[in-house]
Ligand binder design. Sequence first.
Ligand SMILES: Cc1ncc(COP(=O)(O)O)c(C=O)c1O
Length: 399
Amino acid sequence: MIKLKPSDKLESLPPYLFTRIHKLKLEAYAKKLDVIDLSIGNPDMPTPRHIVDCLCDTVKHHTRTHGYPQAKGMPKFRVSVAKWMGRRFGVDLDFNSEILALIGSKEGIAHLCMAYLNPGDYVLVCDPAYPAHFNGVVIAGGRVYSMPLLEENDYLPNFSKIPVSIAKKAKIMLLNYPNNPTAAFVKDTSFWKEAIKYCKKYNILLVSDNAYSELTFGDAICNSIFEFSGAKDCAVEFHSFSKTFNMAGWRVGWCCGSKKLLYPLEKFKSFLDYGVPTFIQLAAVVALNSSQQCVREQAQIYERRMIKMVDGLNKVGWKTNKTQGTMYVWTSLPENLKEEGSLSVAERLLKETGVAVSPGVGFGANGEGYVRISLVTHDKRFHDALLRIKKFTKMGNIL
Ligand SMILES: Cc1ncc(COP(=O)(O)O)c(C=O)c1O
């Protein structure tokens, strides 16, 4: 057998902590344990019927859609996105030059880093964050500067704490609200204005990852960065069909922004992929152009689950608060388990009770002391999960 080492870039990536949880899950399934999987953000609800019907009909009857797609997105897709952004946020985007189809926003974020970064360039990344935010930077050869998201600051970064020397060297800032994993929501829109001002001052590309824009509760309504003056000069925004329309497996999303800021990503991708399959783009068009009632109803389901989980956790000694969006509950560990650490707690919880959650430390050092619970199982299962968590908490760590 030949001996080959993967690239230094790949080797420099931290171990992916979630693979340990994944392995334990597989072992538990193999033992036929009753697993309640609340670990990954994979929607449990199906894609709405009208979208599935469009896909089936298109694949069956329109064989020209079986060929290579238009990589940047077919005009119909980009026009639908532009109109949806106009209806939803009141923002004006040119379908021709300011929208780019993506094979999911994760792909887009990783490739944007590759399109913009030279080795050693700094990127301002929240800690904790969706892992693709920091891993995408490392794969591209960039350097992560962590902006702590602390509970006492409502999980918002404090831009004034970033050293000026770092700000001057930074090329990208990555923000994501409603936030994964903390479920934080931006209530005071002056945060976005401040972010834009900061990025313009230091010549930084502001990336707003808006994957959860439609998963908000009650009267909380998420903004687009382009609702704020000056954003087109410094920002791009990512959107995803994965959570909004329960289309996580379809792999489709988009990035939008000025032609100048978007073009490097389009150019980079043109060397790598052929874009989103045409039949998926056409089904995505139906998702955008149809009634959005299914999206609202789904958000209400997540809200109901969130209330049940937050109330239940607080009763058994895990401290957490009600949130205004996403599909996650971010909870601190109970006092008697804090010292053990989130990875060990998550592993034992799965092994001993069959409840799978994500260890907070997997999202960054500041995630230690927390776990993330995804609200992705049938409502009835939450009661069962809470009973198991209660028993586990009472037992503590006897080792
Ligand atoms: C913040 C955030 N951005 C992007 C993504 C990836 O979305 P997509 O399925 O469009 O790649 C996720 C998925 O969990 C996410 O949490």
